[in-house]
Design a binder for this molecule. Structure first.
Ligand code: CP
Ligand code: NVA
Length: 299
């Protein structure tokens, strides 16, 4: 069998995503009932982090531990990647020892180079371009709260960043309508190949009658020096109660976290009962267990 990677949501087809969502929800229920199946017995996940993380690191480590496998954390600073060893050489070496590799890095091209020679599944744990593990957890969260997403209306408000690109992929694959509101000059790269996506510079237009409203930080990792300038440009794009008043009744709010209350989201929104951000964060664990199990089975 040829190796399957997960660098983008579009590496899966719709049926596979639907099956992963169902599996994640089943694993979550089992865990609540005290059952943690040994899905990864004897298997090792190597995790390369070139950027910070709380949720991604913990969810992958816990997923492997609860599945009777193990995870190894490699940071740029403490591995030879940080001293210039090429991704291709690292991929060949890790393929000899690990059963899968998760990578969080800057340039998307790095994970593509790595995956091109890896003999074990490679999972994108966030690049500047995409965050496919997060959008998978977001889909799990929508399905557990509201069921099918096809035909629903989703608003993305804020930066046209890696999460926004992943939502554009999800809209095409899962058949929901996505309205993206970003300041001029911050349009998402994935818009070029977008289906079911409309772009606006007016957050009210995006949020009107939306069933789900999503935002993310205004300055992503690697953009720290732009943060002050971005705060000014993005101020009209804050998701607050006044903006959410335009959404459909009972609209859900999601944010991949970490959040900056008072910047991209007001406390009144993130701490409101229609905010499902804690389920969303917790679902990283279940979604990634389902993903790892799938990749091990098909590879
Ligand atoms: N949402 C997310 O990926 O969080 P971390 O940066 O903490 O992993
Ligand atoms: N867009 C954010 C997501 C963090 C999980 C970033 O890339 O920093």
């Amino acid at each position: 069998m040829s190796v399957r990677h997960y660098l983008s949501l579009l590496d899966l087809d719709r049926d596979e995503v639907v099956a992963l969502i169902a599996q994640a929800i089943k694993l979550k229920t089992w865990r609540r009932n005290g059952y943690r199946p040994p899905l990864f017995s004897g298997k090792t996940l190597a995790m390369i982090f070139e950027k910070s993380s709380t949720r991604t690191r913990v969810s992958f480590e816990v997923a492997m531990a609860e599945g009777s496998g193990s995870a190894i954390f490699l940071s740029t600073r403490e591995s030879q990647l940080g001293r210039g060893e090429p991704p291709e050489d690292t991929a060949r070496v890790l393929s000899e020892m690990a059963d899968a590799v998760m990578i969080r890095t800057f340039e998307h091209e790095m994970v593509e180079r790595f995956a091109a020679v890896s003999r074990v599944p490679v999972i994108n744990g966030l690049t500047n371009s995409l965050h496919p593990c997060q959008v998978l957890a977001d889909l799990v969260t929508w399905f557990e709260h509201r069921g099918e997403i096809s035909g629903r209306r989703v608003a993305w408000v804020g930066d046209g960043n890696n999460m926004c690109n992943s939502y554009i992929n999800a809209a095409a694959l899962m058949g929901f309508e996505l309205r993206v509101a970003v300041p001029a000059g911050y349009e998402p790269a994935a818009l070029d190949r977008a289906q079911r996506v409309t772009l606006t510079h007016d957050p009210v237009v995006a949020v009107r009658d939306a069933d789900l409203v999503v935002t993310d930080v205004w300055a992503s990792m690697g953009q720290e020096e732009e943060a002050a300038a971005r705060r000014e440009v993005f101020r009209p794009f804050q998701v607050n109660a006044a903006l959410l008043a335009h959404a459909a009744p009972g609209a859900l709010f999601m944010h991949c976290l970490p959040a900056h209350r008072g910047e991209e989201v007001a406390s009144e929104v993130i701490d409101h009962p229609d905010s499902v951000v804690w389920d969303e964060a917790g679902n990283r664990l279940h979604a990634q267990k389902a993903l790892l199990d799938f990749l091990f089975r098909v590879t």
